[in-house]
Structures are given as structure tokens and as C-alpha cells.
Design a protein around this ligand. Structure first.
Ligand code: GLN
Length: 454
């Protein structure tokens, strides 16, 4: 994999940092343990992985795709990083991402965009485009992403790979640099459903260091993937969400999704239509809640505690240094969201914006609960469009936000979802993702249906 990275990553730019020595040392340790007769640390011991650059690592930089953290090395490992190490999984390097996980194309990285390996004139999705591109270009067989509004699932969809957003609270956020704390969730990415399930079991589980960690057993995702692989979905009820199936989506995406529904029916599933009326307001609610949390979380980048400090020439006050540092260190999208969030949380507008958005969030969770009375899993396209050309939506943030509309409801409700490759789009031959959603702590259902479909 290191050879493959050396051969192709100059063009793809999936990695911000490659830790060749550290990866080889971790692989050697697995070999040594095997030679000494020790049992493998996990089913994935020795299988290398690409880690999104938003998880802290003591032996490589953590930048979150931001100039404000350029070169910063964390003093502690994230729980996810520690679990990977304990499982004997060598970390090849840290992958590119939209700055602080804000974006859907990886073009908001301060270190330049990642290209989609299937067509290098196109975006690899975002914010976890680096992790998905590493998989699709065979630079890594496994990857880790984070999904706040779709940043694992949408990159999987547009690169023809697999990615899961686990139930909120089931993968520790300790050492995951915060974007929006009530939405952020780390999760596994792979090229097959079973690989993704194996990685899911390594990283999930209760962590006392994360105050929102769920103290519940990890759902049996590997067993479910193996069960699903037999291809029998009799007795499984699948709901097609009416509000996530629209004439305004790219025709090739709808065509591909409809073929996936046909396949699920042929596998024996009972497919019904369900309605989640408040999903229509999901995008508006998300783009108030997320910036509100961002505006608070990113206050810690003050030029004093971490990374960049600019303009500290002895003539400026601490406040002025902070302003110069934040102006130099944050990119346009991050600044835009800090401003939106600060406005939405301000005393005069709090009830009108943030308060309303929280009410919508509750209504969306209720829509899900009602739909799961009628169906075991829900499905939709992962993204309403196939990967667009680099640069195409950069000047139009709203057009970029609109591509997130199928993935956001799951984050708002704290439930789980996976994206698996559906047939290529008939109108442009590009990848389409099938999104499968399930209730909180029913992540195993995702893997059963996904493995049967795959
Ligand atoms: N594209 C969404 C956003 O820009 C999702 C980001 C994410 O999941 N980290 O907010």
C-alpha cells in the first residue's frame, strides 16, 4: 500500500501525511507477535488503514484540513486511534478533508483538493473525500471517516465504496476534533460491506472519556453482514422515504435507486412507501444547528492554545492577535459558518432560529420513529447527484448544501445509516449510492440488508 501511495497519490491527493515508518513498525509488531505464537489482536491485525485527519495521533500531525492547525501534533491519541493500535491495524497516514469537516467536496481543505479516482476531474465527496479516495484508488483497504451530516456516506456514494455512520454515541468522540458535537460520529469505510463491519466492531463501544458515549453492547454487525451475504431478505420490511425520492434529483440517480429497490424485492424483502413529512425542513434545521455548534466549538482556536499564532509582533493586544490569527488561519467556509452560528445564537434571534431548528429536529426524530413502526430499515439515494466537476459548486454554497439533503436527517435524529454502491448512473456512468437507514442501536440491520444487496 505504501508503494501504491507513492505511485498514485501525487495525482489523487488522498493523504495529507503519510506515516510510512510508523505503519511499517506497526506491521512488524503484528508479524513479531505472530512469530512468537501470540493470538492475533483482531481479525484485522496487520491490515492497514487510512485515518481522517480529524482524529488525534501522537505520532503524526493532526490538521483537520486547516491552516490554523498546520503541523500541530496532539499530545494524546483519540480513542479511535488507540483502538486501531490495539487491534494491530497499521495507520498508513492521515487523509484530506474539508476544513474542520465542513463541506461536501473536500475542496475546502487548506491543503488543496482531493480528486475522485474514478474521474480525476471530479470531486471525491466530502468532507471525508480523502478517506474515500484512498479506498477507491486502492491506497488503503480500510479507512475511518466522520459523519456530521453525511461526510462518510456521501464520499462513499460518489466513489463507489462503502461507509457507515454508526448510531450517535457508539463510537467515541474523545480525540475527534469537534465540528458539531451533537451530530459528529466517527465511522468505518471499506470497499466491501464485510470489511466495513469488521472495522465497525473494532472502533465501536462505550468510552467513559466521552460524555455522550452510549453504554450499550455493540450491535452484532459482523454476524449480520455474514447473515446478509446469503442473500435472503424474506421477512425484512424496507421503507422507501417518499420525501427523499424527487423529480428534482438527477434522473440517473433515481433510475439507479429504482433498480436497487427492484433487486431488494427480488431478494425477498417487502418494500413499502413511508412518509417523513418534516424531512423537508431537515436542511434548514441542520444549517442552523451545525453552524451554532461550530461557532462555539471553534472558539478554542484563539492563537494562544493551539497551532497558528499570527500578528504577535509586540504591538497588538491579545484580542487583536486572536483576530489576526483567526482571519489568517480559517478558510472562507469556516468563517461563513461561524458568522451564521453566532448570528443564530445571538440574544435577539435565538428563539427564531436556533430554537425553531431544535423543534424541527425533534419532529424529524418523531418522523423516523413512526416510519420504523412500519419498516425495519428505510432507504433512499445517498446523494441526489453524482460527483460533480471540481470547482463547479465552489461559488454557490447553497448548491453545495443542497447535495446533503438525504443524509442529514439521520444525524439530526442520532440514528444510523450506511451507503453501498448502487448501479452506475445511466446518464453519466458515474457512481450512485444506496442509503440504508435504521433505528438507534440497530446498526446490525444496516449490514444485513447491505450485505444481501451487495
Ligand atoms: N456536507 C455537510 C456539511 O458541510 C456534512 C459535513 C460532515 O458530515 N462533516 O456540513
Amino acid at each position: 500500500h505504501l508503494d501504491r501511495i507513492a505511485a498514485v497519490d501525487a495525482e489523487i491527493h488522498a493523504f495529507l501525511h503519510v506515516g510510512a515508518e510508523q505503519a511499517l513498525a506497526a506491521a512488524q509488531a503484528v508479524d513479531d507477535a505472530r512469530a512468537a505464537g501470540a493470538p492475533p489482536a483482531s481479525a484485522l491485525a496487520g491490515v492497514p488503514l487510512a485515518l481522517k485527519d480529524v482524529f488525534t495521533t501522537t505520532d503524526m500531525p493532526t490538521t483537520c484540513g486547516s491552516a490554523i492547525l498546520d503541523g500541530w501534533v496532539a499530545p494524546y491519541d483519540a480513542t479511535v486511534t488507540a483502538r486501531l493500535r490495539a487491534a494491530g491495524i497499521p495507520v498508513l497516514g492521515k487523509t484530506n478533508m474539508d476544513e474542520f469537516a465542513m463541506g461536501s467536496s473536500t475542496e475546502n481543505s487548506a491543503f488543496g483538493p482531493t480528486r475522485n479516482p474514478l474521474d480525476t476531474t471530479r470531486i471525491p465527496g466530502g468532507s471525508g473525500g480523502g478517506s474515500a479516495a484512498a479506498l477507491a484508488s486502492f491506497q488503503a483497504p480500510l479507512a475511518i471517516g466522520t459523519d456530521t451530516g453525511g461526510s462518510i456516506r456521501q464520499p462513499a456514494a460518489v466513489t463507489g465504496t462503502v461507509g457507515t455512520k454508526p448510531t450517535y454515541g457508539t463510537v467515541s468522540r474523545y480525540g475527534l476534533v469537534a465540528c458539531a458535537s451533537s451530530l459528529d460520529q466517527g465511522g468505518p469505510c471499506g470497499r466491501t460491506v464485510l470489511d466495513t463491519a469488521l472495522l465497525h466492531e473494532v472502533i465501536a463501544g462505550h468510552d467513559p472519556r466521552d460524555s455522550t458515549s452510549v453504554d450499550a453492547p455493540v450491535p452484532p454487525v459482523v454476524a449480520a453482514a455474514r447473515q446478509g451475504a446469503a442473500g435472503d431478505l424474506r421477512g425484512v420490511r424496507i421503507g422507501v422515504v417518499r420525501e427523499l425520492h424527487s423529480d428534482s434529483y438527477q434522473p440517473g440517480v433515481i433510475g439507479s435507486f429504482d433498480r436497487a429497490v427492484q433487486t431488494l424485492t427480488e431478494l425477498g424483502a417487502e418494500v413499502v412507501e413511508v412518509s417523513c413529512p418534516h424531512f423537508t425542513y431537515g436542511l434548514a434545521a441542520y444549517y442552523l444547528i451545525l453552524p451554532s455548534e461550530v461557532s462555539s466549538n471553534l472558539a478554542r482556536f484563539d492563537g494562544m492554545r493551539y497551532g497558528l499564532r499570527a500578528g504577535d509582533d509586540g504591538t497588538r493586544s491579545a484580542d487583536q492577535v486572536m483576530a489576526v490569527t483567526r482571519d489568517a488561519g480559517f478558510g472562507a467556509e469556516v468563517k461563513r459558518r461561524i458568522m451564521i452560528g453566532t448570528y443564530a445564537l445571538s440574544a435577539g434571534y435565538y428563539d427564531a432560529y436556533y430554537g425553531q431548528a431544535l423543534k424541527v429536529r425533534t419532529l424529524i426524530a418523531r418522523d423516523f420513529a413512526a416510519a420504523y413502526e412500519r419498516a425495519d430499515v428505510l432507504i433512499s439515494p445517498t446523494s441526489p447527484v453524482t460527483p460533480w466537476k471540481l470547482g463547479e459548486k465552489l461559488d454557490d454554497p447553497l448548491a453545495m448544501y443542497l447535495t446533503d439533503l438525504c443524509t442529514l436527517p439521520t444525524n439530526l435524529a442520532g440514528t444510523c445509516a450506511i451507503s453501498v454502491p448502487a448501479p452506475l448512473s445511466a446518464d453519466d456512468g458515474l457512481p450512485v449510492g444506496l442509503q440504508i437507514m435504521a433505528p438507534a442501536l440497530a446498526d446490525d440491520r444496516l449490514y444485513r440488508v447491505a450485505a444481501a444487496y451487495e
